[in-house]
Ligand binder design. Structure first.
Ligand code: F6R
Length: 325
């Protein structure tokens, strides 16, 4: 199956994984959660954190590192997400979490991670293989939400349902992706979002890196208004700004549309505005990710590059494995 077909199946993937069982489920009591994972798996922690930060009282942090901060230990739940189950950084963080007596749970398609989870009888959700990690976002994300829900963190299921409905709009997302690909062709994209949507801005950047094989940057409001904004003085012929507009009940939509967009136009940038669909945070995050996937694939087609191959990531992974003790 082609990568494009994976993205077209996102709603089905999400619905299927929400019905999966959690293995080795047991009641746990934790005071905070650390998600750990890298790349297409690491983004899941960012998504969960962004989704739950306004609805859950349990602190959530994301660790994209070989090592954990010293203060993670007993009473923490460390959720490891790795599509392959063989990512060195994630495996190292999991081993450290176990040595610090934190609870560990996982989402993966297999590999060393699930071998370890089985051996230690720790909770996990197994997702299906055969995808690229980035094209399996719904599997990894909704499996993580299911896992947290079963472990006692209550997840707003109405928002989950709304996000599934939004993912049903495949044609609209694909058409929007095609238009954005056309607009971005030949430029270095600058993706601008409200800080609540930083996870999406990062995801958009990463999809353009991994599928379309281009350099891209992202920046978030309000921090970017204290530094990046001065860079708008640089030549507009090299860059194209993509504004992610969420229309949440904050001042940031106004800042994005009435200040940044106007300023970019003034500086000759011709910004593209993507209106995120849905009411809740999760629906908007997933709509944006869906459009990002399609954008990156249509841009790859225009650039005549093979999106599925990630040779340089593979080269780094091998280097790290050999470099580690
Ligand atoms: C995304 C991708 C990478 C991997 C990353 C971690 O499609 O290929 O970003 O997600 O190298 O690997 P996993 O996801 O197997 O832990």
């Amino acid at each position: 199956m082609k990568l494009l077909d994976h993205y077209r199946e996102w709603r089905k993937m999400a619905e299927k994984i929400l019905k999966e069982e959690v293995e080795n489920l047991k009641p746990l009591k934790f005071k905070a959660i650390a998600f750990t994972g890298m790349g297409g798996s690491g983004i899941v922690g960012d998504y969960v954190k962004s989704f739950l930060q306004d609805v859950s009282r349990t602190p959530i942090i994301v660790v994209k590192d070989l090592y954990l901060p010293t203060w993670i230990g007993k009473d923490w739940l460390v959720v490891a997400v790795s599509y392959s189950g063989n990512t060195s950084e994630t495996l190292s963080a999991v081993k450290e979490a176990l040595s610090k007596e934190a609870y560990v749970a996982a989402v993966s398609s297999g590999g060393k991670l699930l071998e370890l989870m089985d051996k230690e009888r720790l909770p996990y959700v197994k997702v299906g293989g055969g995808y690229a990690p980035r094209s399996a976002l719904p599997l990894l994300l909704y499996a993580s939400l299911k896992l947290l829900d079963e472990l006692g963190l209550s997840i707003p299921m109405n928002q989950v349902q709304e996000s599934l409905d939004v993912l049903g709009g495949v044609k609209e997302a694909e058409d929007e992706g095609k238009s954005i690909a056309e607009a971005l062709k030949g430029y270095t994209p600058i993706i601008v979002s409200d800080v609540r949507y930083e996870a999406l801005a990062w995801r958009f950047k990463s999809e353009l890196n991994e599928n379309a094989k281009i350099v891209a940057k992202c920046e978030t409001v309000p921090e970017s208004m204290h530094n990046d904004v001065e860079g708008y003085e640089e030549a507009s012929s090299k860059f194209k700004a993509l504004l992610l507009s969420a229309h949440d009940d904050t001042v940031y939509t106004k800042v994005l549309e009435k200040f940044i967009e106007e300023l970019l136009k003034e500086k000759g940038f011709k910004p593209y505005r993507l209106e995120l669909k849905g009411k809740g945070r999760l629906a908007k995050l997933m709509h944006g990710a869906h459009v990002a996937g399609f954008t990156s694939l249509y841009l790859a087609e225009k650039r005549k590059v093979e999106p599925v191959k990630v040779e340089l990531i593979a080269r780094y992974r091998k280097f790290l494995e050999e470099a580690l003790p």
